[in-house]
Design a protein around this ligand. Structure first.
Ligand code: FAD
Length: 413
């Protein structure tokens, strides 16, 4: 089998892999980076048929917007994104509510917003257009059927192309339940929450005015995220947590009945719901890889940690991981580094330094996200802090998250 060589091979061209490739291109332009994606990519990158870029929308926190800004992508992103200027929290059955404002949370805002929401179907082409302006080599369709770790990195077999690729650093970004991780002997710890997140786009009678709504119900939290208007229609992305047994029933409802049901559960804070798009269900679970780095190997994205999606943390955490990985490697590649020239991106010390840097944030974010289901299983456990701030608020405003984690860990004064 013919074999070619690269410095960094990223397996998986979803949100994690594509963003990591962009960060490597920005911070370590001297590295040869190859991005391998199993699915074919259209020439124009107009519609990407990849799992990451489906009908969901992603709430991107201000910290992540800063990273996109540094990559020079904010001007393109803002064209498709709806700013979040306020998070409004309410609780079904209680009149009390709370809100978080970008104006007050200036330390956690970017350009006067707490975050922004972008539809994944718009994010994908934007990322791939940006990748087209870098020296990243994109191989697609390229199905990595096996990976063998070697003394100098890893050798990948691309079954569908009849070729092999040797890389000094292999980054696995192939999603949750990664067969590649299993093949490399990396197991994951899993908790099945026995719930589903129903995701759809809804049409609203009134403008959302940049408000993201969070509503606590008996079955779990609902999030309504602002989206840009389309064809004159006010739109929002709905994430509705429900019991697994309810999924099929809710999905099967005719649109008018679904809307009635939604209106009852959500209330009138966002005005009248007019329509709903196709409903997509996602099983809720926590999946954590037992190892994230080894000599010549790193894991990023859903294959490293797959979280409860309602608090909107998964991608934001991944982007922070990816930035730290690219920056850590860039430091040893810098011309002033005495070892420059021989620097190996797969060096264990380097990857362990990255992992040490990321552990605190990962522990905090994953721990916070894992506390969501028990909080809703027993309402008496809801802390006042959590109810006041809301899950989205906690996701968008890191200081609140730290405060909540301290409280949950019994460290709060
Ligand atoms: C309902 C829902 C809502 C969410 N909302 C938010 C939010 O608001 N904010 C937030 O921060 N996060 C959110 N997330 C989390 C976010 O979606 C994930 O962080 C993101 O999908 C990460 O994707 P990934 O690239 O790791 O994996 P994937 O999207 O699964 O991509 C993996 C890629 O690898 C490719 N691949 C697989 N195997 C191979 C192989 N052998 N060879 C080559 N290629 C391969 C696949 O084709 C795929 O393209 C949400 C998640 C869900 C489920």
């Amino acid at each position: 089998m013919p074999i070619t060589h690269t410095d960094v091979a990223i397996v998986g061209g979803g949100m994690a892999g594509a963003c990591l490739a962009l960060l490597f291109a920005h911070h370590c332009p001297q590295l040869r980076v190859t991005l391998l994606e199993r699915q074919p990519l259209p020439d124009s990158s107009a519609a990407l048929n990849l799992p990451s870029f489906d009908t969901r929308a992603t709430a991107i926190a201000a910290g992540s917007l800063r990273i996109f800004d540094e990559l020079g992508l904010w001007p393109q992103l803002r064209e498709f994104a709806a700013p979040i200027t306020r998070v409004q929290v309410s609780d079904r059955g209680h009149s009390l509510g709370a809100s978080l404002d970008a104006g007050r949370e200036t330390g956690a805002s970017f350009g006067g917003m707490l975050g922004a929401v972008i539809e994944n179907a718009a994010l994908g082409p934007l990322l791939y257009r940006a990748l087209g302006n870098t020296s990243t080599e994109i191989l697609a369709p390229a199905d990595v059927s096996s990976a063998t770790m070697t003394a100098a990195g890893a050798t990948l077999t691309l079954a569908n192309r009849g070729e092999q690729l040797h890389t000094r650093l292999l980054v696995v970004a192939d999603g949750v339940g990664s067969p590649l991780c299993r093949q490399l002997g990396i197991a994951s710890d899993e908790v099945d929450y026995q719930q589903e997140a129903l995701v759809t786009t809804v049409g609203l009678q009134q403008d959302h005015a940049g408000v993201a709504f969070e509503r606590f119900t008996d079955s779990g939290p609902m999030a309504l995220l602002p989206l840009p208007r389309r064809d004159g229609i006010h739109r929002a992305a709905l994430v509705w947590t429900c019991e697994r047994a309810d999924r099929a029933r809710l999905e099967a409802l005719p649109e008018a009945e679904f809307i009635q049901h939604l209106q009852r559960a959500f209330g009138w804070r966002a005005g009248r719901f007019l329509r709903a798009g196709r409903i997509q269900g996602y099983p809720l679970k926590l999946s954590l890889a037992r190892e994230q780095v080894r000599r010549g190997l790193a894991l990023v994205g859903n294959c490293a940690h797959f979280l409860h999606p309602v608090a909107g943390q998964g991608f934001n955490l991944t982007l922070r991981d990816c930035e730290a990985l690219a920056r850590t490697i860039a430091r040893t590649m810098a011309p002033q580094a005495p070892e420059s020239g021989q620097a190996d991106p797969g060096e264990l010390d380097l990857l362990e330094a990255y992992w040490r840097e990321r552990q605190h944030d990962q522990r905090l974010t994953i721990g916070f996200s894992d506390r969501i289901p028990p909080l809703f299983a027993s309402r008496s456990l809801l802390t006042a802090g959590l109810r006041q701030a809301g899950l989205l608020g906690l996701a968008l405003v890191p200081t609140l998250r730290t405060a909540f984690a301290r409280q949950a860990a019994g460290l709060a004064p």
